[in-house]
Design a protein around this ligand. Sequence first.
Ligand code: UDP
Length: 415
Amino acid sequence: MTTRLDELKTVAGAAVIDQLRRMADRLGPLRLVHINSTRIGGGVAELLIGIIPLWKELGVDARWEVIEGDQAFFEVTKAMHNALQGFKANIGKPMFDHYIEINRQNAERLRFEADFVVVNDPQPAYLIRFIRSQAGTWIWRCHIDASRPDRHIWRFLREAVKDYDASIFSMPGFSRNLPHPQYLVYPSIDPLSDKNRELSAEEVSAVLDRLKIERDKPIILQVSRFDSFKDPLGVIEAFRMVRAHTPCRLVLVGGEATDDPEGPRIYAQVQEAAHGEHDINLLLLPPESHYEVNALQRAADIIVQKSVREGFGLTVTEAMWKGKPVIGGAAGGIVLQLRNFRTGFLVHSPEGCALRIRYLLRHPEVGKRMGKLAKEFVRNHFLVTRNLRDYLSLMLLCKGPGSSAGGKPGRSVIL
Ligand code: UDP
């Protein structure tokens, strides 16, 4: 039977897969649990959906646990998320107490027995405070840009994060002052998933017909949760500037994430901004619409991700993998992916975004060249195989001779 890892050989190369198998063999039997706050919607869920089955194929006993919370909890965690990325937030003591209480309840409910426990993002960060027998290595995996956080909120979060054995960040600049080793691991995409696998021209057309998107003009696309950091209003502004000179169509696609209560409010703002515009398609898709998003990305002429803050921006990676020219906000991990003028364009304003869209519409051959380079850049740096290798390296390091007893990291190494 052909396994997923075997199939990945065709994309990443046989040597890469053989190396992963050798590393996993060296580690021996291992239990791993990933914890986050939603099974659907957003980049973390997207990552975990792809990586958990591959861990299993490598012989790792991998599980995925999701914390549960009420509306008030997710209001607090979204406010924390915003504040950690530098926006103003008003979080009072009762809200912090509620956050801690929900973490306590989840600590009672979930199973944590594992050699490695990877806790993703701030929502479940306080679990560690309620797990008395902390066997195994506990790692806090931060996916957001917490380089310039609201100090008050970071101080609160740090109280829990400092108890972890290590942290992982997506960019060197995101690291914090913490009393434990910090590692750098870039996120990744699964090239064989419904979101990223090859589609035929017929499959793409069928999805566009179904979603009632005309292909009468070049398509500019942004796919994102409706979140102010993703700047959908800025995208509409840029589109209007372009459309004043050149015919084009804007497709704005968003979905809901169960841990993001802000979505409906931002969606309403976008709806109002796009009202009466025949050349704007605003689509609210169910969170499991991976195949549809894939088709839309393949149908687009230019893909935009005009974020003003971004942890990494998997939508950028996905678009690059499809060989598309991408225009991204010069924020967080987007800067790692889009090498200006080579693998994409970085912009700082709606005006800059409009300028680059117009340029690419006038010079489609440049877009094609960029797209080709972009795809190879993703193949070399941002496939799931590389993510697995980084985790395996980290685990070997923690279990290796340089580490202290109990599988805890013994020294600080940036991967
Ligand atoms: N996504 C999706 N449908 C949507 C909006 C987003 O499937 O309507 C996916 C998108 O393709 C990507 C992930 O959600 O895989 C978003 O990850 P990213 O890192 O770009 O942003 P995050 O939401 O984590 O801030």
